[in-house]
Design a binder for this molecule. Structure first.
Ligand code: DGY
Length: 326
């Protein structure tokens, strides 16, 4: 009997092919995620779940899944999964770090540029037929070259953004619980032990921390009020790292100049969310890793991880490796 796997969304073919070689696969055909109750019912009858960041894999779901051995997330982040509950039940949780680093860092930098130079606002203006002439005072934005960039969370993606900043001769500061003297030397970074000390120094702040109880609303009113009125906040990590109500006030009342978000709280952002009434924010639908090549690499890696666990091998990326040793 081949192990059974439920895949929560249609993913690039090379990933599915790997699953089909070794398992009996069912793919949820919808463009939207399976409703929670459906996912729970599917999980109850399979050996492997192949999930996305949109799928909630919580303790009740895991407790009702007696055969389940692995949850393989097609993402580097895994805050949608209760890892402790999975570990308690001996279920491996896998993710896809590395393969999306550069694509995500490219996008974070693109969002930074779009917000600073008002690219999306300009496009809306042109499409609305409002472009009548060249204006000496029209669409003034903020320079990127030579500015100071603060990286909050110097993991792989944060480092990727710091590397890109070199090309714009930016001064790069970072805040992270772990200091990285090797990267400080390589990229000329300046370390800040306290976020509160970094924020007032930055023209741009780019967030690259995972979502956890410690990082929930890490950027709230107090932090936004510490930033320069000309500063720009970029979030490509997870929406709930930034308090959206405080961000709305900050953008509306001019505590900061602009923001670029690829992630929101909640996701998707409701069409009547007050943030969408503002011109000084660019919001994209959680697409930082969405290049053809990278989504294929993520699909393949998530499939390889899943199959490895089911075949009793060590997967490339498992966030609770202690379950593999049991
Ligand atoms: C991730 O990988 O965690 C992203 O948010 C989805 O690409």
């Amino acid at each position: 009997m081949r192990p059974k796997v439920f895949v929560t969304r249609v993913v690039p073919d090379p990933g599915l092919k790997i699953l089909e070689e070794h398992t009996e696969v069912e793919v949820w055909p919808g463009d939207e995620p399976p409703p929670y109750q459906v996912l729970r019912a599917k999980a109850a009858a399979v050996d492997g779940l192949y999930t996305m960041v949109t799928d909630r894999v919580d303790r009740p779901l895991l407790e009702g899944a007696p055969r389940l051995k692995v949850v393989s997330n097609m993402a580097v982040g895994y805050d949608n999964i209760d890892v402790q509950a999975a570990t308690d039940r001996g279920v491996a949780v896998c993710n896809t770090p590395g393969v999306l680093t550069d694509t995500t860092a490219d996008f974070a930098f693109g969002l930074l540029m779009a917000a600073a130079r008002r690219v999306v606002e300009g496009d809306r203006f042109v499409r609305a037929g409002r472009w009548k002439t060249w204006g000496p005072m029209a669409f003034l934005g903020y320079d990127i070259h030579g500015a100071t960039l603060g990286i909050v969370g110097l993991g792989r993606i944060g480092l990727g953004v710091a590397e890109r900043a070199q090309g714009f001769r930016m001064k790069v500061l970072y805040y992270d619980p772990v200091r990285r003297p090797d990267e400080e030397a390589r990229l000329g970074l300046e370390y800040f032990e306290r976020l509160e000390d970094l924020l007032p120094r930055c023209d741009f702040v780019s967030i690259h921390v995972p979502l956890s109880p410690q990082t929930y609303h890490l950027i709230g009113e107090a932090q936004l009020r510490l930033m320069k009125p000309t500063a720009i906040l970029i979030n490509t990590a997870r929406g709930p790292v930034v308090d959206p109500k405080a961000l709305y006030r900050a953008l509306r009342e001019g505590w900061i100049a602009a923001a670029g978000l690829d992630v929101t709280e909640p996701e998707p952002i409701p069409p009547d969310d007050p943030l969408l009434t503002l011109d000084n924010i660019v919001i994209t639908p959680h697409i930082a890793s969405a290049s053809h090549a990278t989504r294929t690499r993520m699909a393949v890696l998530a499939a390889e991880n899943l199959v490895a666990v089911l075949l009793g091998r060590v997967p490339k990326h498992c966030v609770n490796p202690e379950v593999l040793r049991r």
